[in-house]
Write a protein that binds this ligand. Structure first.
Ligand code: PDD
Length: 287
């Protein structure tokens, strides 16, 4: 089957999908994106992702390329045309095409909207049964990590370092020794005292759509929850560590650098939240 990309209102063969050389996304990373999981052909957490897309665009003073309803339709059509059952749909909006110059164009330019969708394999069983490894790297990113921009080079470098050390994720730590987030995930711990902890939203992290949903699911499960920052020290002493995102769901981390987390086995809280999240996704498929 040949893949299809959505490019500014047209569905084109993936191979031929093109963006202009002077697109500001290409030249300045002047654009934002979203990744939604697809289950049984349905995009998950659509409202949360579209809310965040609108927010990112507003913060960057880029117009919505079209209405939410039209974006939603195009997203579903991209999923359908690519026969995606279980996978992801990717959506990117850039400021558009203009002669290269740092300030935003003075003439009105049309934002560029691109979407792709593909099937992906389920998480390998050992990742869930044994947990995954994470490494720790300094967070060298800019000060507006709440905006989901395509300026991901520090994230890519951190993820590459993780891969080179056989790890699933890189946990980013700021100059004060405080954990910010993962290179493409939010980070959670269960403390020695049994409290579930993740950072509050701020300019320091991306406010994950998965994160927001899990806070609600944790409350429904009656878990003791604290929304606060935590240090790398505290993470190293934690009973559980896990990371969350649209593509990881809830992924238990059982090794950080060369040390096991607690007894080196995935914890009960991560297991409970992952199961709750899977049920929550199933409910969106039938809804
Ligand atoms: N990443 N933090 C960062 C830096 C991220 O890039 C992501 C998502 C998250 C989790 O957000 P959400 O729960 O909305 O997926 C946190 C996506 C999956 C990506 O870049 O592929």
């Amino acid at each position: 089957m040949s893949r299809i990309a959505y490019v500014n209102g047209r569905y084109v063969p993936h191979r031929e999908a093109q963006i202009h050389v002077e697109d500001r996304g290409y030249q300045f990373a002047d654009g934002v994106y979203e990744v939604c999981t697809v289950r049984k052909g349905v995009p998950m957490e659509e409202k949360g992702h579209l809310d965040r897309l609108e927010r990112s665009l507003r913060e960057m003073r880029i117009d919505m390329p079209m209405s939410r309803a039209a974006i939603s339709l195009a997203m579903r059509e991209t999923i359908r045309r690519n026969l995606v059952e279980e996978g992801i749909v990717y959506l990117q909006v850039t400021r558009g095409v203009a002669p290269r110059d740092h300030p935003f164009p003075t003439k009105k330019v049309r934002p560029a909207l691109v979407m792709t969708a593909r099937n992906s394999k389920p998480h390998p069983t050992p990742w869930l049964e044994d947990g995954v490894k994470a490494i720790v790297v300094p967070d060298i990113r800019w000060g507006r990590r709440d905006i989901k921009t395509v300026g991901l080079l520090p994230n890519c470098m951190a993820k590459q370092a993780a891969r080179e050390r056989g790890a699933y994720e890189a946990i980013l730590v700021d100059a004060d020794g405080v954990v910010t987030e993962g290179s493409s995930t939010n980070v959670w711990i269960v403390t020695e005292g049994g409290a579930l902890v993740t950072r509050p939203p701020s300019n320091a992290i991306l406010n994950g759509v998965t994160r927001l949903e899990l806070i609600e699911l944790a409350a429904a499960e009656g878990l003791k929850f604290e929304e606060r920052s935590f240090t790398l020290e505290e993470l190293r002493r934690a009973r559980e560590v896990f990371v969350t995102s649209a593509s990881s769901f809830v992924m238990p981390v059982t090794q950080v650098d060369d040390r096991p987390v607690a007894n080196g086995k995935p914890g009960a809280v991560a297991g409970k939240l992952r199961a709750a999240y899977l049920r929550h996704m199933d409910a969106q498929v039938v809804a």
